[in-house]
Every structure is written in C-alpha cells, then in structure tokens.
Design a protein around this ligand. Structure first.
Ligand code: ATP
Length: 508
C-alpha cells in the first residue's frame, strides 16, 4: 500500500484542462486525493473553504498570477506548502515565488519524475511544519536558491536538500506489475528490458490515458515513432486514425495545403476539395515527426491550429473544429533551436507539455543479445541462420549510432551475405572499434547532433552522403506516390538527374 503523510487533498491550480488532467492522474497514481481549480479566484475560494496538504499552482492564468495564490496562502496563515509552476527560463518568477513563501517550483515542461520529487519534498516540508518549533531547521536563504531545474535533470536537488525523515513512497501496484511479461504485450512495438526502456514504456502507458501533447526525443532510429504509435494504440483514440507526418519531407510551398487542405479552385491545380492532415487525423492522433524541420512561417500557423483547435482550408471562409491529439518528435535538440531562434518558443511549450525520451541502443547493452536473436528469428526464422562467436562479439561491442534501425539493417545485410547461413564478422560490415590511421584505438566521438549517425574516424564520407541521398529520394518518392517526374520537381532536380541518382543508389 502507498504510504505518505499527505492525508488531505492536493490542490492543482491551472487554467489548462490538459495539464490539470495530467497532474491529477499522476498524483492520484501516487495515492493522493486531488482537487483542481481553473483560476486564481476559484483557488482562493477553495483554499478558504477546504484544507489541503499541498498546492501546485501555475503562474500565468487569465484571472491573475500564481503569486497571488502563494500570497493568499502565506498571508491567510494557512500552513499549506505551495509550489509554483513557471515557464521555461523564467527564473525571476521562481525566485519571487520562493521569496513570498513558495517552498519549491517546477519548470515547464514538467516531467513525471519532477512531480514525484516535488511531492516528496512537500512531505518533508509538512514534516518540518509539524515538528516542534525548536527542532525546525532554518529555511534556506532565498538568495541561495538553486538555479531553475531543467526538464532534462529531474534528479536535481530539491530546495530542501538535508536528509530528513520521509515516509517511503511505494509505487502503486499497476506500476510494479508493469515489470511483468503480461504487461509487455500491450506495447509490442517496443522491445527491451533495460531500466530505461521499462521507464519509457511506463510513461507511454500513463500518457496514453491523457490528452496532453507529448514531445518525444531520442536519436535517429531509437523508436520515437514506435513510441508515438504505442501511445495512440493504448489510448481511447485507438480506433481513430494515427496520421504520421514527416515535417522535413514536405516542400515549404505545399505545407499549408498539406496540413490544412484546400477548396477546389483555390489555386491552379486545386481541381478538387482536399482535406489536410489535421482533418484526416480528426478524433485520433497527429504525429509530427522531425518537427524541428518546420519552417518558421508554418510554425505560426501550426501553433494557431493547435491552440484554437480549428483549421481553415485554403480558399475556404469557414473554420472547422478538429479534435486531434498532437505527438511530436525530433532527433534534434529542440530547446537549443529555441535558443538559437529557429524554433518558436511558444510552439515549443505547446508541443512539449510532457516529454518522453527514447534511449539509444548502446545504452541498452543488456538487451542486445536477446534483441539480435529475436530479430534474426523474426525476419529469418525459417532459414536456421547461425552466427560465429566473432560476429556475435562484434555485434555486442558495436555502439550503433543508427540505433535499432541500424541493427535491423546490419542483420538483414548479414543474412544476405552469409555463406551457408552462417553469419561471420565480415558479413556484418561494421567496424566495432574505430581505429586511427596510426593504428591506435580512438575514442568514438559523441554523435554529432547536426549529422546524426556520423562518427568521425568511423563513418566513411561517401557512405554517409549516399545514405542521406537515399533517404531523401525515398521520402520524395513516397511523398509523390512514386511519381518520379513529380519527385524530381519536388527536389528541384531534372528528371535525368533523378533517374541517374536512383540508378546509382539502386532504388527501384
Ligand atoms: N525498442 C524497440 N524495439 C524494437 N524495435 C524497435 C525499437 N525501437 C525502434 N525499433 C525499430 O527500429 C526502427 C526505427 O524505429 P522508429 O522509426 O520508431 O525510430 P525513430 O526514432 O522514429 O527514427 P527517426 O528519428 O529516424 O524517425 C523500426 O523498424 C522499429 O521497429
């Protein structure tokens, strides 16, 4: 049974229904009772009428600021711990809230791990409040408040860092059961038993029960799309469409019509009405893959559609309501792109209400062997493929910059090359340890964010460029439904050049 010393409800104050729902669900799973308020006035009224164990309040709400809620609690003599939720990068607000009596703050986007840590420190604050005065430690001076916690560092120390007695939190039974095999079957797309992948699956299950926008980060080939599909398949929207859009593959001049659709006759070539991605995804999930590649102009339009929950087709005077859950992903560092100015901050917050990280395969080392056996069986089961010890060793020591996708490709290629169905090390065509020209071993560079999968001293330039070109050509062909003339146009090359490139790279 879950034990905690928060025996009264937690009050969540936020004007956004999605966030209230997510927090309520998460806190309830921790065994806490939850009450909600959608603005400052309602929060104050509820605080006057009821007793709460903890208050979590957003800062910016249409009818006032979270600071007013903090003041109401401290000035009203309530001894309820209150924490504020601030916008990313808004350290001033956080410090101000701490000065007037908040015990901690969270930065958007909130991660579940952060929420858990915060509730644990609230238990500590309550314990301190309930101790005789003489025993209470002095509160930390506000000027020493730690820098704002970043979403990627949920384990950052809480404001009250001294070790005091905390009742132990035990995860509810459903979470513990998630480690059992039975629960693995609900997410068949995502294999692996390592702690990181278990954590990803656990979050996927939770997020599937909410409507909040989810942002999935992770390297190329680490399973971001599989995670997005799993969220959809486990959600109430499972019988409605899942529309995956590769934002990087749509030419800029076609973006608006692709996302929002058009009316017949609205421009040359619009010879019939057409629905956009939003309307196709109505009732279901719209997965914006490679969302970092959206041009700024399109980011504005997308933000508007997501906020208003309406779209207007090109050439149409009418706006149409759409009910779409947004899941987005990119292998790029979206927060860095916001800093750089190439991704809008407001859209970033809107997409990144909760983030999910898919671990790279090299961090799932304990799973590798089973995955290799599984993939060989799955794809080539009937052929009785075997592997030499050297090949097995090379596979287990390789670091897979292209993650699962690369592992699948390596195995597929190896099976094709293997003599007598025995895969040997050269059939893998990998170099498990990059070696310098002088023959010394060199340490693999961190994967380059701008050049995913490229490793200095390891990747051959021509192979890398061919791979990029192959992906672009394939995306253009998929996009134009294999019309080579149109695909050439979309890519801004001549038909001859297209044919030459397809031949050179043996693309059918
Ligand atoms: N945990 C996993 N278990 C099994 N297969 C996986 C897992 N993660 C990824 N894959 C497989 O790897 C391939 C790539 O997965 P996916 O397309 O979801 O990756 P991605 O992160 O979206 O890639 P990109 O960034 O290139 O779009 C797919 O064939 C998928 O089935």
């Amino acid at each position: 049974m879950t034990r905690h010393s928060l025996n009264r409800p937690v009050l969540v104050v936020d004007d956004e229904a999605d966030i209230r729902d997510l927090m309520e669900m998460t806190l309830m799973k921790m065994g806490l009772d939850v009450d909600t308020a959608e603005g400052v006035a309602i929060a104050k009224k509820k605080l006057d009428e009821n007793k709460y164990s903890l208050v979590l309040t957003d800062m910016r709400m249409p009818d006032g600021s979270g600071l007013e809620v903090v003041e109401h609690i401290t000035e009203g003599g309530h001894d309820t711990p209150v924490a504020v939720i601030t916008a990313f990068g808004n350290a001033d607000q956080a410090v101000q809230a701490l000065k007037i009596g908040a015990f901690d703050y969270l930065q958007k986007p909130i991660t579940l791990a952060q929420l858990r840590t915060l509730v644990k420190s609230a238990v500590r604050v309550q314990d301190e409040n309930n101790r005789p005065l003489a025993a209470a430690p002095a509160p930390p001076p506000v000027a020493d408040a730690p820098p704002p916690r970043q979403a990627a560092a949920p384990s950052a120390p809480p404001v009250f860092s001294e070790q005091s007695r905390i009742d132990v939190f035990v995860e509810p039974a459903a979470d513990a059961a998630a480690h059992g095999l039975k629960h693995e079957y609900d997410i068949p797309r995502i294999l692996g038993k390592s702690q990181q992948i278990e954590e990803a699956r656990r979050l996927i299950r939770k997020l599937a029960q909410t409507q909040v926008p989810v942002y999935i980060s992770g390297e190329s080939g680490s399973g971001k799309e599989q995670a997005a599909r799993s969220i959809h398949e486990l959600s109430e929207r499972r019988d409605k469409p899942f529309i995956a859009v590769n934002c990087g593959a749509i030419p800029e001049n076609l973006m608006e019509s692709e996302f929002f659709g058009y009316k017949k006759g609205s421009f040359t070539g619009a010879d019939q009405d057409r629905l956009g991605f939003f309307q196709h995804a109505h009732g279901g999930t719209l997965f914006l893959d490679e969302v970092a590649d959206l041009p700024l102009a399109m980011q504005v339009k997308l933000l508007r559609a997501i906020q208003e929950k309406t779209v207007r087709r090109i050439g149409d005077a009418q706006e149409v309501k759409v009910d779409v859950r947004i899941v987005s992903a990119t292998h790029k560092n979206l927060a860095a792109l916001v800093q750089e100015g190439s991704f809008r901050q407001d859209l970033f917050y809107r997409l990144n209400v909760v983030s999910l990280h898919m671990p790279p395969l090299r961090e799932m080392h304990e799973d590798l062997e089973q995955l290799i056996v599984y993939l060989l069986k799955k794809h080539h089961g009937g052929q009785g493929v075997k592997m030499t010890a050297a090949a097995r060793d090379a596979l287990l020591h390789y670091n897979y910059p292209g993650n699962f996708r690369e592992l699948e490709n390596i195995l597929e290629r190896a099976v094709a090359l293997a003599a007598n169905n025995v895969i040997d090390v050269e059939d893998l065509q990998i170099h498990s340890e990059p070696v310098s020209l002088a023959g010394e071993h060199i340490i693999a560079e961190e994967p380059n964010a701008a050049l995913p999968g490229f490793q200095m001293g390891h990747t051959q330039l021509q192979d890398y460029l061919d791979d990029v070109e192959r992906q672009i050509l394939q995306q253009a062909l998929t996009y134009t439904r294999y019309n080579r003339t149109q695909a050439a146009k979309v890519l801004g090359i001549s038909f001859r050049s297209m044919r030459y490139r397809l031949d050179r790279l043996s693309i059918e």
